[in-house]
Design a protein around this ligand. Structure first.
Ligand code: HEM
Length: 568
């Protein structure tokens, strides 16, 4: 008797669960079917890509995977599906573009300039700064900021680059004979250089707050990286309850506190000087062409490499007015805002300074670390770099001049090749506001999709590079570059939203790396094939940038005797 009652109760409760479940599943199934019939889904599904499951699409592929495993998965799909690959993250369409012709359609456009929603993680830090802003705001700020990176301004930073490079050499002295992670040194040097060139301050002039600021910038980069590759931290609801949220709040207090303080004091100084009748040179004066020092044949290799997509950084730079008083980016922005050339609020200035600090930091730290590791592997290349430097400097330890950097042709090829194989920004993501037809199969990508440009993969395409996986600085010999598609080399992106700090980065890298290599020989015990890459917003090595160093004897190296090639 009891058992019949129990059975009846069980059947009843089974029905209570079964029917609502059936109902929910049916509704979800109908939504799924309806979605699949929409134009957006139909167009998305025309594109080649892995099969997904209802509602999740391909999102489960990333679940439980480590960042370096994700890199392998993504690269595997590229082999399987070609140069246009579709993936669904739930109902979100992501389209990967891996061919230079398709990439040109996006990067060269004045329409497809909006950043993907993932860039929102930067918002609490960078606000509406140049990296994430869009529309008229981005246009007007870009117009104001691009000239502050004019070569005349950059030349005035040579002293700062030298001073900090020398300081790294001194600090690295304690590592002689040991194996250490060179990224730590590159990161610290980069933040110090940025503090001076972007804000016009040093750690010392700011006492403790300068040190705290530098540390907070590095830690904030780390938190944003974590949000990108720890899937669950992407959701604000989860992130806001994690320990990262509190840390982020503290770091942002430090960062914004110092930026605000410096802007306030710089403005006070500006008005004090103005009252005394001293008005700093305007941006227009600093970038005027009234001299002809930088003749066309003295242009750097990178000027040629990037000439295919001349942009607002190239305007006016065929000439040079020589050394002028050094003004940090912040000074230039305050001056522009005060003299009425540009309407910039203090908040906007703060956001732009913070953006430069972020963009300029991790990118160049990773870029220089990869060069030092690669030279530690390919000793024959390092010998050539060293001999070129010896020809320029002999056994002197004098600082680098701007003219010296123009002579560093081989080092420049090494830097460009390193940025090819290990582009610090391995992908660029854009949100499409309009449908776009790409060149490959004339595929139509619908508005609303996120387009991911696979810089890393394009740089390794056999279509553009002979032996693409091999480290070969001669890829940037003029004869090897002349017929190559410009969009096959995009470490700094290209077009209207290209990197505004490109020339700054290359000048700084040349001074920093040449100073280190004049003083030390680097060795990497890890061959290139064993570099473990971290699929992040900034490409790094998960195994660390480990090298060892030995002091140089400051004599030219005879290639025949010292050729210790370790090419694999
Ligand atoms: C090797 C070093 C560097 C690399 C590889 C690099 C690469 C890039 C790339 C790929 C973009 C486009 C990002 C996107 O569209 O999502 C970008 C944008 C930008 N970069 Fe760099 N960058 C470097 C150094 C610097 C430096 C040193 C600065 C400043 C001091 C800087 C400032 C910026 C800014 C402000 C933007 C945003 C431009 C805009 O949207 O209009 N970058 N960078």
């Amino acid at each position: 008797m009891t058992s019949i009652v129990d059975d009846t109760n069980q059947v009843g409760s089974a029905h209570l669960v079964f029917y609502p479940l059936l109902f929910i599943t049916s509704v979800l199934w109908l939504i799924h079917r309806w979605q699949q019939q929409s134009r957006f889904f139909k167009l998305g599904n025309v594109l080649p890509g892995p099969a997904g499951v209802p509602f999740f699409g391909n999102a489960l592929l990333a679940f439980g995977k480590k960042p370096d495993q994700l890199v392998d998965i993504a690269l595997g799909y590229a082999e399987q599906y070609g140069t246009v690959i579709r993936a669904w993250l739930g109902s979100k369409l992501i389209v990967f573009l891996l061919d230079a012709d398709d990439v040109e359609v996006i990067l060269n456009s004045q329409v497809h300039i909006d950043k993907a929603p993932e860039y929102r993680f930067f918002k609490p830090w960078l606000g509406e700064g140049l990296l994430i802003s869009t529309g008229p705001k981005w246009r007007s700020h870009r117009k104001m900021i691009a000239p502050t990176f004019h070569i005349n301004i950059l030349k005035s930073f040579v002293g700062v680059f030298n001073k900090n490079s020398k300081s790294v050499v001194e600090k690295m002295c304690s590592e002689v004979g040991k194996t250490f992670d060179v990224h730590d040194y590159m990161s610290t040097a980069t933040v110090d250089i940025l503090l001076e060139t972007a804000m016009g301050i040093t750690r010392k002039t700011q006492d403790e707050s300068g040190f705290d600021y530098a540390m907070a910038v590095m830690k904030m980069c780390d938190i944003i990286h974590q949000r990108h590759y720890k899937f669950w931290l992407r959701f604000d609801a989860i992130f806001n309850f994690s320990s990262f949220f509190e840390q982020q709040k503290n770091f942002l207090n430090i960062i914004h506190g110092l930026t605000n303080k410096v802007i306030k004091s710089k403005k006070e100084t500006y008005f004090e000087n103005k009252a005394k009748g001293f008005i700093p040179p305007t941006l227009a004066e600093l970038t005027r062409d009234d001299d002809n020092v930088l003749a066309t044949d003295n242009k750097t290799l990178s000027d040629t490499v990037f000439k295919g997509y001349r942009d607002d950084l190239d305007f006016n730079d065929d000439n040079d007015v020589g050394e002028k008083k050094r003004l940090a980016f912040l000074d230039l922005m305050i001056e522009s805002a005060q003299n009425g050339t540009h309407q910039l609020t203090d908040q906007e200035i703060k956001e732009e300074v913070d953006t430069i600090m972020f963009e300029g930091h991790d990118t160049t730290a990773a870029g220089s670390s990869f060069v030092l590791c690669l030279l530690g592997v390919y000793k024959d290349v390092q010998v050539k770099v060293y001999n070129e430097l010896y020809e320029i400097f002999g056994d002197s330890d004098r600082p680098v001049t701007f003219a010296d950097t123009l002579q560093m042709k081989y080092l420049e090829r090494v830097i460009l090749e390193s940025l090819r194989l290990y582009p610090p920004v391995p992908v660029i993501a854009r949100k499409l506001n309009r449908d776009v037809n790409v060149v490959t199969n004339n595929y139509l990508i619908p508005a609303g999709a996120t387009v991911v440009i696979g810089t890393y993969k394009i740089h390794r395409s056999p279509k553009y590079y002979k032996d693409p996986e091999t480290f070969n600085p001669d890829n940037f010999l003029p004869e090897n570059m002349q017929n190559r598609n410009y969009y096959s080399y995009i470490p700094f992106s290209a077009g209207p939203r290209s990197c505004v700090g490109r020339k700054y980065a290359l000048l700084k890298l040349k001074i920093l790396l040449s100073t280190i290599l004049r003083n030390y020989e680097t060795t990497s015990a890890v061959p290139e094939k064993d570099f473990k890459l971290l699929g992040d917003i900034i490409l790094k090595r998960s195994d660390g940038f480990r090298i060892s160093i030995e002091p140089r004897k400051r004599v030219p190296i005879n290639l025949g005797i010292n050729k210790k090639k370790t090419t694999q």
